[in-house]
Design a protein around this ligand. Sequence first.
Ligand SMILES: Cc1ncc(COP(=O)(O)O)c(C=O)c1O
Length: 402
Amino acid sequence: MDWRTSNDMIARRVAAMRERFEDLKEKDLYFYNQPISELRGGASVIVNGREMGMYASYSYLGLVGHPRINQAAQDAVAKYGTGTHGVRSLAGTLDLHLELEDTIAEFKHADAAVTFTSGYVTNLTVVSSLMGRGDYVFSDKLNHASIVDGCIMSGAKFRRFRHNDMAQLESRLSKVPSGVSKLVVADAVFSMDGDIIDFPKIVEICKKHNAWLMIDEAHSLGVLGKTGRGIEEHFDLPGTIDIKMGTLSKTIPSVGGYVAGDKDVISYLRHASRAYIFSAALPPAQAAAANESFKVILDEPWRIEKLNANTEQFISGLQARGFDTMQTETAIVPVLCGSDEKAFAVTGHAQKNDLFVLPVVSPAVPVGLARLRATVLAAHEPDQIEYAMDVIAEAGKQFGII
Ligand SMILES: Cc1ncc(COP(=O)(O)O)c(C=O)c1O
C-alpha cells in the first residue's frame, strides 16, 4: 500500500517524515541523533570513535563533567539511591529538593523557587496553571516551543508579537479590555538566534499596562550578568521579573526546570500545577548536581569572563571571514547558510574535519534562513576557536556562502 495516497493521515505523516530522513541518509547528510560515547574535558567529545571539538553544546560554562558536580551526584546516589518515592506532593520530596530550591531562590534574588523535571514541562505547566479562559497571554514570535505549547494549553487568549517588536507588543496590550489578567512571556536569550530581548522596554511596557512578566532564562542563566545571575543583572534592573523561569539542563549540567518568584506564587504552583502534582520528582543525583552547580558558578567567576572572551572571538572572527551571524550577542552563534542543502553541506564538511556542530533547517527556522547553530563554550581555547572558524570558512567558500 502506498501511504502517500492513503486516507490515513497518521500513516501519511509517518511516511512523509521517513522519506525525508531516508533521503538525507542516502546522501550522507543526516546528522541528528549521533551518540556521544565519551567526554574529553569540556571542549571535546568522542563521536563515532573520533574526538571532535564540541560546538553544539549548551554547557556554556563547561561545567558538564566538573569534578565537584560529579561528586555531589555520586554522594546523592549513595545516600538516596537513584529514584524518589513518587510525586513531590506525596512521598517524592527529599531534603535535597528543598535545598536546591533555596539555592535557586538565593541565586535569582527571589523569595522562593520550585523545580520541575524538565524545562519544557516547566513552561507548559507554569503558563497553563497561571492562565485560563478569559485571560490574555502575549508571546514573542521566536519564543521556545514549550512556551507556545503552554500558552495554547492554558486556554487563554493567545497573542503573538513580532520578534522583539516592543511597539507591536504595546499596541496589542492596549487593546485588552480593562480588568482582564495579562501575562507577557519572552525568552531572555533566543535559542535559535542568540539575541537578547529588549528587556528595559518590556519591563517598562508591562508596568505601564499592569501585565505580569515571565522570562525564560534557559540560555541566559550563567551567561548574562557579571556573576551569571541572568538578565536582571545584565541590565541592572533587579526585581523586575514576576516569573523567573529557567532550566537545569544547559549551563547547569543536570536536567529539570525551575521558577523563582514571590512566595505565594511559588506555593500556588506547588498546589496547582499538574506537572508538580502528577509527575515524579527530580532524581536525587540530578537535584544534587544542580545544587552544586550554582555554587561552582559563584566560586569560579573566571568561567563567565572566559565565555565572554570566547563569544567575542567567535562572533567577530566569523563576521571577519564574511559570515552573517544575525543579531547574536551571546554564545549561541547562528552561521547563516541560506538553503537547507547548504546548511547540511557545511555541516558535513565541519564534521569531516572533527567539529561537532549541527544545522538547524526548516521548519525549525524559516525557509532560506537555514544555519549552523554553533555554540561557543568557556571550555574552548582561542586556538581551537580559530581552527573551528577556519574549517567553517573553508566550507563557506566551497558552497558559495562567503
Ligand atoms: C528557551 C528554552 N526554554 C525551555 C527549554 C526546554 O528546556 P529543557 O531542555 O530543559 O526541557 C529550552 C530547551 O532547549 C529552551 O531553549
